[in-house]
Design a protein around this ligand. Structure first.
Ligand SMILES: NC(=O)c1ccc[n+]([C@@H]2O[C@H](COP(=O)([O-])OP(=O)(O)OC[C@H]3O[C@@H](n4cnc5c(N)ncnc54)[C@H](OP(=O)(O)O)[C@@H]3O)[C@@H](O)[C@H]2O)c1
Length: 364
């Protein structure tokens, strides 16, 4: 049975309203979302593609044997399979959609775009079919807000990735998605945001909101979270004394948010009376202390892990960066703190917990 939202009295969900489904639940962020929901006492429907892959699900099932008050149950579902979310979403009060092909395994850009946008219609169809879902929380990305801006520009939730597409010199087009992973990802995330806000507005019975994380770091729950090319994997490589190679010369501004805070923000979106259809929340540093150039991050890791002999990072000469880094992206999780009441981990705690988890899991 579908319910209409009274915009005067709209409120979020609570554990008493029914289970919450999480797609991509086996992933780095998804797993912490499951953990956070269980801490609050929710029954969680964890959607993964293959429930028999122990390396992806054992850490989730183990949560049922901890002090966490909630429970987790596994469900098999795939974005590319229409109707596969019908079962797990039945009777759910909220759905948190975090599953996506991120491109960690060099998947073709078209596949990234389809998993980030085209196939999300299957998730939305199942949400509507359930008829009980009041909140749909989507893991978008800061990529959906980032666009070419001068150094020092502070991005906010008003920014969209297609704000000045002329800078792409005609390359920003659906036809070009197959050739450019960056366009595929950003366009996919932004298109999904717009689609879910419009669909929810038309539907009238649910509200959709999105979180837009920047560089997510923090503890890994299992070895499978060490995905190649992920930010956490880049930290591991630096702790192994290897250079940071994702950016030219290793020069980048790291805008760091803790994975546990990202998880909590998803739940707060589902619960908060302040979040409304169309609300979007950038999840980056709380303030400038969480924004570090690679050479600063390198120095911080040295302080936090004094036993490690050599820590890699950017190109240095005589203890100084060889070149100046481009001062971007600056962005903060101010709105999430103000509207959702999100509290955040200090960056040193996040960095320490990241490295410690690699050591604990025997990956370093
Ligand atoms: N990490 C970051 O810094 C960051 C920043 C901004 C946004 N994000 C977004 O956050 C979300 C989670 O990212 P993550 O870093 O946690 O990545 P992740 O560890 O790779 O998790 C993504 C999960 O999505 C699932 N998935 C992949 N393809 C799927 C498909 N076809 N159908 C259903 N599920 C599928 C996978 O689970 P199974 O293999 O078990 O199905 C995987 O565990 C993504 O939407 C990503 O775009 C991440």
């Amino acid at each position: 049975m579908s319910h209409q939202i009274d915009t005067q009295t709209a409120t979020g969900v609570s554990p008493a309203d029914g289970p919450v489904a999480v797609t991509g639940a086996s992933g780095y962020i998804g797993s912490w979302i499951v953990h956070d929901l269980m801490k609050q006492g929710y029954r969680v429907r964890a959607c993964v593609r293959d429930t028999s892959k122990s390396e992806k699900v054992d850490h989730l099932l183990a949560l049922n044997h901890t002090v966490l008050r909630g429970q987790v149950e596994l469900f098999a579902a795939d974005l590319f399979e229409r109707g596969s979310y019908d079962g797990p979403f039945t009777d759910c009060c909220a759905v948190i959609h975090t599953g996506a092909t991120v491109g960690y395994h060099n998947e073709p850009p078209q596949q990234v775009y389809d998993a980030c946008f085209t196939e999300v219609r299957h998730v939305v169809e199942s949400v509507k079919k359930a008829g009980t879902v009041k909140r749909f929380v989507y893991t978008s990305s800061f990529s959906a807000a980032w666009h070419h801006r001068p150094e020092g520009y502070v991005f906010t939730e008003y920014d969209w990735c297609d704000d000045n597409i002329e800078r792409y010199k005609g390359a920003w087009s659906v036809e070009n998605v197959a050739n450019r992973r960056d366009i595929a990802y950003a366009m996919g995330k932004a298109s999904t945001e717009r689609m879910i806000y419009e669909t929810s507005e038309e539907d009238g019975s649910l509200e959709a909101m999105a979180v837009l994380p920047v560089h997510v770091l923090g503890p890994l729950m299992c070895p499978n979270h060490d995905q190649p090319q992920s930010w956490q994997n880049n930290i591991k490589e630096m702790l192994q004394g290897r250079p940071f190679e994702k950016a030219r010369g290793g020069r980048m501004l790291w805008n760091i948010v803790d994975v546990r805070d990202v998880a909590k923000a998803h739940r707060l979106c589902a619960e908060s009376p302040a979040a409304r259809n169309g609300s979007r929340y950038i999840l980056g540093a709380a303030d400038r202390s969480g924004e570090l150039f690679t050479f600063q991050l390198q120095a911080r890791l040295k302080e936090l892990f004094p036993a490690i002999q050599e820590i890699g990072g950017e190109e240095m000469d005589d203890g100084k960066p060889v070149k100046k880094s481009f001062d971007s992206p600056r962005a903060y999780c101010l709105l999430a703190r103000q509207e959702l009441g999100l509290s955040t981990h200090p960056v040193n705690e996040t960095l320490k917990a990241t490295g410690d988890s690699y050591i604990r899991l025997g990956l370093l």
